[in-house]
Design a protein around this ligand. Sequence first.
Ligand code: GDP
Ligand code: MG
Length: 372
Amino acid sequence: DVVKVPQGATVAELADLLDIPASDIVKRLFLLGTPLTMTQSMSDELIELVADDLGREVKVMTKEEENSFTFYDDPADLLPRAPVVTVMGHVDHGKTSTLDAIRHTGVAEGEAGGITQHIGASQVKINGRTITFVDTPGHETFTAMRARGAKVTDIVVLVVAADDGVMPQTIESINHAKAAGVPIVVAVNKIDRDDANPDRVRQELTEYGVIPEEWGGENMFVNISAKKNMGIDELLETILLQADVLELKANPNTFASGYVLEAKLDRGRGSVATLLVNRGTLHVGDALVAGMSYGRVRAMLGQNGQPVTEAGPSDPVEILGLSSVPAAGDEFRVFQDERDARDLAESRSLKARIEEQNKVKHVTLENLFDTM
Ligand code: GDP
Ligand code: MG
C-alpha cells in the first residue's frame, strides 16, 4: 500500500500518515544523522529515506498533485444527487427547442425557477426530483472539458430529428459520449412532421452502436416534438430512469469541489464564473481556487439570477469574487485557508508563465539558427 504524503510534511504529520508513534521517526532520523523535532518539516528525500527504512512505501505529493487527489468519501456519507445532463445533436435537430420545452414543463409543474437562462445551466423538477441541464453548446463544452479531464455530465440526451435522421454531428455526439463513458438517451424529435420517420432513426443509429432497449440494446429512446410539446414529460421520466441505473451519489457535507462551466469578465461585477458543484457544499464566503484564479465567494446567484447562500452536489451556481477569469473545464476546490488557495493559484500561474517563456525562447533560438 502506497501512502500519499504531502510535500513538506512534518515529522508528526508523517508519523500520523504512517500510523506509528512520532518518536519512532525521530529516533530513526537521529540514527540517520539528521536530528529533527516533531514539528520540523522534512525534505522529499528524507521522507522517502525514513519510509524505506521502515519498510513502507510512500509517494510524496506536490501541492499540484495533492489538488488532483481523487477525494475519498466514506460510503455512509454519500447521498443521492441529481443527474447532470447535456443535450447534444446535429445543428437544427432541435437542441435549443428541446431545452426550452423542458424548462417550460418544469415551470408549468408549478416549481420555482427555470424560465430564463441566466447562467448557462438550469435545473428542472419532475415528480419531486431534480435534473440539472448544462446549457452551453454540447460539442464545445465536451471538447474543452474533456481536454482538462473534467467530468461534468452523467447523461447525454442525443436529439435526432425524425425527418433528417443521423447526420455528421449526431455521430460526433455519439463519439463524445462513448469516449467519456456517458450513457445516451435518444430523443427522436420533430415527430409532428408529416415526413417524420422515427423508426428509420432507430435503424440508422444501430450502425453506431446506439440500440434501443426494445431491440435488445442499452439505450432508452423517446419520441418527442419539442415544438408541439409532445413527449417531454416522458423524456424527463426516462432521464430519471437512466439516472436510477447510475445510482448517482455524492457527499454534500464537506468542502465543495467541482468544475467551471463558463466564466467571463463583467464590467461591473468583475470575474463571473458558473460552477457546477460535484461534491460538498459551496457557501458564500468560502475560499476557493479555480484553475489559476482564487478568491472568496463574494456572492452566489442561482439559475434565475436570484441570490443563493449555498450550492450542493449537482447544483450549478454563478459566483463573484475570483481574482481572474478561469477557463471552462477548470477544476475548482474550496480550501479551509484562503492562503492555500492563493498559493496554489499562484504556483499554477507561475508554472504556466515559465512554460510559456520556455516555448517562446525555444522557438526563437531555433528560428535564429535556421536562418544563420
Ligand atoms: P438546434 O440547432 O439543435 O438548437 O435546433 P433548434 O432548437 O434551434 O431548432 C431548429 C429548427 O427546428 C427551428 O426552426 C425549430 O422551430 C424547429 N423545430 C425544433 N423542434 C421541432 C419539432 O419538434 N417539430 C418541428 N416541426 N420543428 C421543430
Ligand atoms: Mg441551438
